[in-house]
Design a protein around this ligand. Structure first.
Ligand code: UD1
Ligand code: CA
Length: 458
């Protein structure tokens, strides 16, 4: 197969989004649309990727850094004008130019591969990806002749009644023979309803010149949704979410209510894991087998082992090992590692801490900047006092230690192996192994404090 260069159009403002952010940086399932397009193109085998930027160019450049090449389109005079800008960079490129729009984030790898295969097989100068849409409003229409050959594309705003009845639409994705594409672009005219240079006109120009133009139609029109408004952004999100949940269901994950479960496509979930309503799994999250997650639980970049139970929890950038149970109402913050069979009960916050196997924080604790051994019991209301107003300090708790309820561990401090801290203590000095530390004022008893006079009215 000839070498493929991706050219992604992403210079438009996206007026209908009503946003300061360039349209293509709006996210679908937590990833900018243009990034989804780029990743899909790469998965389909592109060797080089160029993005046309214009409106909000700096934001798009900042987002990608040097992962791709950029071409600037200073004024946005249409999709044809956008491609013209890349002539200097790609004019001499051999092979196929795969043109994609930064605002069609749902297109699938297999569809792009099929488009490229069709393009090769028919030795076409251009192959357009089309879809049959029940409601084609807003899209360019594919006009075919009596022999069913594509002859041109007509935009919504330029079409006559007959043409607008056509339900086969242009998805905005095309494979071009590079040598054929660049000369054609000089023939574009802005004599149309929008006064723009349309890339779609290239199709008619090639046909008129006697070139072969092919079309490949996807069976799933959902994947070619172009996002021009927030309504369509929400539609794209819903389609991708359904696609992801369906895949998980097929792979052996139980989802109680797929309509109320939000999983990024990149997330991995093992078999026999149950996702309860209100579960939100984002970013680089990986969940093992046999877990019970949710309801109302959000993970961002979290790694979870097998057989864990996590409910009503927000966790980000942390790791939960096998057999852990967490919740309800728990906040696990970055750089926390919960060892195997750890138990974190209700209303507990853990931050930047390593927690050993089988350790328990059953209720109402703040554990920050701590290294905690295995088999430790942290009583209700325990707080690691990690901040002195300027710096954070660490707390170390040895294996098998027992920290009584409502204790303050004032860091930097360490509590030794198998030692005890009496309930209500404020610990400011290190506790040796196997010791008992009590740091609270002694209880005073005053006998007969209450007398008969106490109840007499004055
Ligand atoms: C375009 C197609 C239409 C197709 C639809 C599919 C044209 C003329 N029309 O219409 O046939 O059905 O996509 O979604 O091509 N862009 C630039 N520079 C510009 C203008 C646009 O880079 O000057 C980029 C936009 O950022 C966007 C893409 O090109 O990513 C498509 O532009 P948009 O204005 O959304 O075109 P549509 O009206 O949707
Ligand atoms: Ca569009």
């Amino acid at each position: 197969m000839s070498e493929v260069t991706a050219l992604i159009l992403a210079a438009g403002k996206g007026t209908r989004m009503k946003s300061r952010l360039p349209k293509v940086l709006h996210k679908v399932c937590n990833k900018p649309m243009v990034e989804r397009v780029l990743e899909t193109a790469q998965a389909a085998g592109t060797k080089r990727e160029v993005i046309i930027i214009g409106f909000g160019a700096e934001a798009v450049e900042d987002y990608f850094g040097n992962r791709v090449e950029f071409v600037m389109q200073k004024e946005q005079n249409g999709t044809g004008h956008a491609v013209q800008q890349a002539k200097e960079l790609l004019g001499a490129t051999k092979g196929t130019i795969l043109v994609l729009c930064g605002d069609t984030p749902l297109v699938k790898e297999d569809t792009l591969k099929a488009l490229l295969l069709e393009h090769e097989a028919t030795k076409a100068s251009a192959t357009v990806l089309t879809a049959h849409m029940p409601n084609p409003f807003g899209y360019g229409r594919i006009i075919r002749d009596a022999e069913n050959r594509v002859v041109r594309i007509v935009e919504q705003k330029d079409g006559n009644e007959e043409e607008l009845k056509v339900q086969e639409v242009n998805t905005g994705i095309y494979a071009f023979n590079s040598e054929k594409l660049w000369p054609c672009l000089t023939h574009l005219s802005s004599d149309n309803a929008q006064g723009e240079l349309y890339l779609t006109d290239v199709i008619g120009i090639l046909v008129n010149a006697g070139d072969t133009v092919s079309a490949y139609m996807t069976t799933d029109y959902d994947e070619t949704l172009g996002v021009n408004s927030r309504v369509q952004l929400a539609e794209a999100e819903a389609i991708l979410r359904r696609r992801t949940n369906k895949k998980l269901l097929e792979e052996g994950v139980t989802i109680i209510n797929p309509e109320h479960t939000y999983v990024d496509p990149e997330v991995v979930v093992g078999r026999d894991t149950i996702l309860r309503p209100g579960t939100i799994l984002e970013g680089k999250t990986v969940i093992g087998e046999g877990c019970d997650i949710g309801p109302d639980t959000r993970f961002v970049d979290v790694t979870v082992g097998n057989d864990c139970i996590v409910h009503f929890t927000y966790a980000h950038e942390c790791e939960i090992k096998d057999g852990v149970d967490v919740g309800p109402y728990v906040h696990l913050r970055p750089n926390t590692v919960l060892g195997e069979h750890v138990h974190v009960g209700n209303f507990v916050e853990v931050k930047n801490s390593n927690v050993g196997m089988g350790t328990k924080f059953p209720h109402l604790s703040y554990i920050g900047d701590s290294d905690i051994g295995s088999g430790v019991n942290i009583g209700c209301g325990t707080i690691t006092v990690n901040y002195d107003g300027k710096k954070k300090h660490r707390t170390t708790i040895g294996n098998g230690a027992f920290v009584g309820c409502n204790s303050n561990l004032v860091a930097p401090v360490s509590v030794g192996n198998y030692s005890y801290v009496g309930a209500g203590s404020t610990i400011t000095k290190d506790v040796p192994d196997k010791a008992l530390a009590v740091g609270r004022s002694k209880q005073i008893i005053k006998e007969n404090w209450v007398t008969d006079d106490t109840f007499k009215k004055k």
